[in-house]
Write a protein that binds this ligand. Structure first.
Ligand SMILES: Cc1cc2nc3c(=O)[nH]c(=O)nc-3n(C[C@H](O)[C@H](O)[C@H](O)COP(=O)(O)OP(=O)(O)OC[C@H]3O[C@@H](n4cnc5c(N)ncnc54)[C@H](O)[C@@H]3O)c2cc1C
Length: 346
């Protein structure tokens, strides 16, 4: 399997199996070629970005979270739920079969626990279970911590991974607690139901994934219960507008007016020239640094980093919430320098 076109970013991987999870959700089990194994190493909670052909626009890009666990699953599995009238999700569920290939950007994303051995509280609604499943299985497989999952769905038939979750709860009765919230039996999630599920212990990390109103309800309830907002992580599912597969332009970084930036990434510090009209990710990629990014339009948050010194024009900060911005977070794919010297930490 080779790359789709030399100038296009990303990689072609095989699909070894398609699993019909529910009437409107399919999983795709991926066959990553041996030479890409390292590039497709992932952490629980991360996602891949899929290029989907379109007669109208050439292609669209959509992110899908990884549902498998790097701890024990041999193959990467992504799970796609059909969005009513959505282009990409329906195209994948209707067109992709075992033996086909997909063009992907490698795993990315920051919806990842710092550690898996404490007490994890997980909240998912609908297809939001996908990254949460990876976190849950990874924690069960690799630690002795406890996990509580609150999982909201329309009805019993729409629960993705129902059987697998039931089996895990039976296998780990003292470590895994699952509360299903079914709209047709219990009504929509409420502040009271979330508070009674979560109020007994306000420590540990929290991961929330689902529709925006669900995530705000959970986050607001937990903060009211006394949770530290820094321990609450949310993953917003949205569609990308741009083309993250487009090649990154070559930069001239010798401009005398360029700023200087010290970038700390994975324990290494790099000092680079940063031209005023370039983004931080463009500068890093041009310097050959394996920078974390995915959508390149300020939507996914994969390139979030902390501005420790200096000032930037932040550009589109859609992926950051006001608390993140107050804490000094910027998006590397959007930020352009406005001071002569800067310091950034990933
Ligand atoms: C980090 C992240 C992780 C995610 N993980 C998951 C996951 O695990 N599972 C999951 O199900 N979803 C996930 N999502 C959501 C997913 O990326 C999509 O947003 C979702 O599948 C809906 O996409 P869609 O194209 O079907 O629908 P829409 O986004 O509603 O598609 C409609 C859009 O496509 C355009 N369009 C329609 N027809 C065409 C055409 N022929 N050519 C070009 N454009 C067209 C329309 O103009 C419109 O803009 C995730 C999103 C993010 C950001």
């Amino acid at each position: 399997m080779t790359s789709l076109a030399p100038e296009l970013l990303g990689h072609t991987v095989g699909v070894r199996q398609v699993i019909q999870e529910t009437s409107d959700a399919c999983s795709f089990v991926l066959d990553v070629p041996a030479d890409l194994t390292e590039r497709f190493t992932y952490k629980p909670g991360q996602f891949v970005t899929v290029r989907i052909p379109s007669e109208r626009t050439g292609s669209v890009a959509r992110c899908y979270s990884i549902a498998s666990t790097p701890a024990t699953d041999q193959y990467i599995k992504i799970t796609v739920k059909r969005t009513a009238d959505g282009y990409g999700s329906n195209w994948l569920c209707d067109h992709i079969a075992a033996g086909d290939t997909l063009h992907l950007l490698p795993p990315s994303g920051t919806f990842v626990p710092d550690r898996l051995d404490g007490h994890l509280r997980l909240f998912a609604a609908g297809s939001g279970i996908t990254p949460v499943m990876s976190i849950l299985k990874s924690a069960l497989d690799t630690s002795t911590g406890t996990i509580a999952l609150y999982y909201a769905n329309r009805d019993r038939d729409s629960i993705i991974f129902d059987t697998e979750l039931t089996e895990l709860a039976q296998r780990y009765p003292h470590r895994l607690t699952i509360e299903h919230r079914l709209e047709d039996e219990h009504g929509l999630p409420t502040m009271d139901s979330i508070a009674s599920f979560a109020a007994d212990a306000v420590d540990g990390e929290v991961f929330i994934c689902g529709p925006a109103p669900f995530m705000s309800l959970v986050k607001n309830t937990l903060v009211t219960c006394g949770y530290d907002r820094h321990s609450i992580h949310i993953e917003e599912f949205r569609s990308l507008d741009g083309d993250p597969f487009a090649p990154i332009a070559q930069l001239v970084t010798t401009d005398a007016n360029a700023s200087t930036v010290d970038i700390t990434l994975d324990g290494d510090t790099h000092t680079l020239n940063w031209p005023a009209d370039a983004t931080l990710i463009d500068v890093m990629v041009n310097a050959g640094i394996d920078a974390p990014y995915s959508c390149r339009e300020g939507e996914c948050g994969s390139c979030a980093c902390t501005l420790v010194e200096g000032t930037v024009n932040p550009g589109n900060t859609e992926a950051l919430d006001p608390d993140d911005i107050a804490d000094g977070y910027i998006l590397g794919c959007q930020a352009r320098p406005t001071s002569p010297t800067l310091r950034v930490e990933f």
